[in-house]
Design a protein around this ligand. Structure first.
Ligand code: CP
Length: 310
């Protein structure tokens, strides 16, 4: 029987990506109703297994479950037997033994969801694994772009910042290039991965050049904890060389979208007047996150059937 895991976009086809985006769109009216609940996944149980902090991803997966009437089990590493040394596999097998139908996992180690997918009978959804992939983030980003009329074929998407450590950048590169977009990576040379070309992205050193004529300017969080490793110049210099301000944004196409996965460092990678400005769709990304996660949960637990509405 086919398993509807979502482990990454590298191994997700363009048609599957479009199916998820279309399904998310068709579910969008659920969020505008007085009673935000449909019975689609009634009787199903989903465990959110987060080994790293999260505001957006965890909350939106849990809300997506509630809107589709699935029950949720929110697993916290700080209050579980992980603290006593229980392994990831044993933890997940015990949760499965309680009758869970799908597991959503965020883990600091790249490949943890793939490992669990081999151990568990139920579908596994990757909510971010180490520096590898964050597929639902890229899907919600693509959803938001599409909602704003971005035609992926030939669109220029500039992704700027700490690319090397960014699972968001990797998933976006896989997904966007599959749909025909031109992805440009820009950041300090120490924060550009050596395999950027394998991801199908063009590397541009100068941020003005990266932003010029872009349809989307996608800023990544500067992981300030990396400064002690000497991976980027001072925060002040980083802001000057790579930060998004009104002058730099004016180089992009008229009406270009400003995006950020959150959490933001205001005044570092993005100025507040841009983050809160008319071209910013950062909060719309968060709304799209609930819809995309509803579609991904429906795909995992609905056996790949078409969403017939409710
Ligand atoms: N974008 C994102 O993954 O945010 P959280 O870490 O808050 O889930």
């Amino acid at each position: 029987m086919h398993r509807w895991d979502l482990l990454g976009l590298e191994n997700t086809s363009a048609s599957d990506i479009v199916w998820i985006l279309d399904t998310a769109k068709s579910m969008s009216d659920i969020m505008t109703r007085d009673i935000k609940k449909v019975p689609t996944l009634r009787g199903k149980s989903v465990c959110t297994l987060f080994f790293e902090p999260s505001t957006r991803t965890r909350s939106s997966f849990e809300l997506a479950c509630k809107y589709l009437s699935a029950d949720t089990l929110s697993f916290s590493t700080t209050t579980s037997s992980v603290r006593k040394g229980e392994t990831l596999a044993d933890t997940a097998l015990n949760i499965q033994a309680m009758g869970i139908d799908a597991v959503v996992i965020r883990h600091q180690s790249s490949g943890a969801p793939h490992y669990l997918a081999q151990k568990l009978k139920c579908p596994v959804i990757n909510a971010g694994d180490g520096m590898h992939e964050h597929p639902t983030q890229a899907l919600l980003d693509m959803y938001t772009m599409r909602e704003h009329g971005v035609n992926f074929e030939g669109a220029k998407v500039a992704i700027i910042g700490d690319i090397a450590h960014s699972r968001v950048a990797r998933s976006n590169a896989w997904g966007l290039t599959k749909l025909g977009a031109h992805v440009v990576f820009c950041g300090p040379p120490t924060l550009i991965p050596p395999d950027a070309d394998k991801l199908g992205a063009e590397v541009v050193a100068d941020a003005d050049e990266a932003v010029r004529d872009a349809d989307v300017v996608y800023m990544l969080r500067l992981q300030l904890e990396r400064q002690s490793g000497g991976l980027f110049p001072s925060v002040r210099e980083y802001r000057e060389l790579y930060g998004l301000n009104r002058r730099r944004l004016a180089l992009a196409k008229r009406g270009a979208l400003v995006m950020h996965p959150g959490p933001m460092n205001r005044g570092v990678e993005i100025e507040s007047d841009v983050a809160d400005g008319p071209q910013s769709v950062i909060l719309e990304q968060v709304t799209g996150g609930v819809l995309v996660r509803m579609a991904v949960l429906f795909r995992a637990l609905g056996g790949g059937n078409e969403w017939a509405g409710s």
